[in-house]
Design a protein. Structure first.
Length: 272
């Protein structure tokens, strides 16, 4: 049976978080745009979650500059949000139909996200189960829970952008609000990524190691021990492409590794 520490609170949609800090926009002229967008989203009745820097600030108390804000929604509501704003005089772009759209007016914009570029993070009903509420621009809006916030950042590890610090800070400040079993479920196939982030947290904050449940570390280390006794995979795979397609391009184009999907070379001693 799971404990509250393991699972996190349920029905948290009704909890109003006391957000003491909010990001500040790099361009102060964007403030009226953000306020209008938040009001328009709230009036639209289309389910959405505020994420990105605004969610990080709500959970950690860190106030930092941001150029825009991110809105998460289910894939089925993605086109509805874009169509709603297009009807209201905004410009919309389908940047990548696999995960991302953009709504803008003049030089100001916000992103509408329903998945991740590597396909590991579709936004579903479970994202709304543990959503919290904050006041933003005078409206009560839902923000992504700390569990999904961490998941949304686990694979952002590019040469020019790394969200590991955000993950560490969210664990530090919101560990008691995390649904750890749910997070493990999200990263079941990619459990080593979760282990990396947890080890990173333990190294950064040695006095705070108890913020991570013992059962979770035991589970992941047990998997690692079992994996060590297995033979190496026959297919040469570079999963680094799930972090950055550009940074690990040479592995696929020149070194014979398979991309996240598709075939690559077999290891030399396995070929026949």
């Amino acid at each position: 049976m799971s404990t509250p520490t393991d699972m996190g609170p349920r029905g948290a949609d009704h909890l109003l978080m006391e957000a003491k800090a909010v990001p500040y926009l790099i361009d102060p002229d964007a403030e009226p745009f953000v306020a209008a967008v938040v009001n328009d989203l709230a009036e639209s009745q289309i389910p959405f979650l505020v994420a990105g820097t605004y969610a990080v600030s709500a959970y950690t108390g860190i106030s930092r500059p941001t150029k825009d804000f991110d809105v998460f929604c289910k894939a089925g509501d993605y086109a509805r949000i874009l169509a709603h704003f297009q009807e209201n005089g905004y410009s919309v772009e389908v940047k990548d139909e696999r995960w991302l759209g953009k709504v803008s007016k003049g030089k100001h914009f916000f992103d509408v996200i329903f998945a991740s570029p590597n396909g590991t993070m579709p936004v579903g009903d479970d994202w709304f189960e543990d959503a919290r509420q904050i006041e933003m621009c005078g409206r009560s809006v839902r923000i992504v829970s700390p569990t999904e916030l961490i998941w949304s950042k686990c694979f952002i590890q590019l040469r020019h952008r790394y969200d590991g610090a955000d993950i560490a800070h969210v664990i530090l400040k919101a560990h008691d609000k995390l649904n750890w079993r749910k997070l493990l479920g999200y990263l079941e196939v990619n459990w080593e990524v979760l282990l990396i982030h947890l080890l990173n947290f333990r190294w950064i904050y040695p006095s705070e190691r108890d913020k991570i449940p013992d059962w979770l570390m035991d589970e992941l280390l047990d998997r690692l021990e079992a994996q060590r006794d297995l033979p190496l995979p026959q297919m040469k795979i570079c999963r680094g492409r799930m972090y950055s397609r550009v940074d690990f391009e040479v592995d696929v184009k020149e070194w014979g590794f398979a991309d996240v999907g598709g075939d690559g070379e077999l290891r030399g001693d396995e070929e026949n």
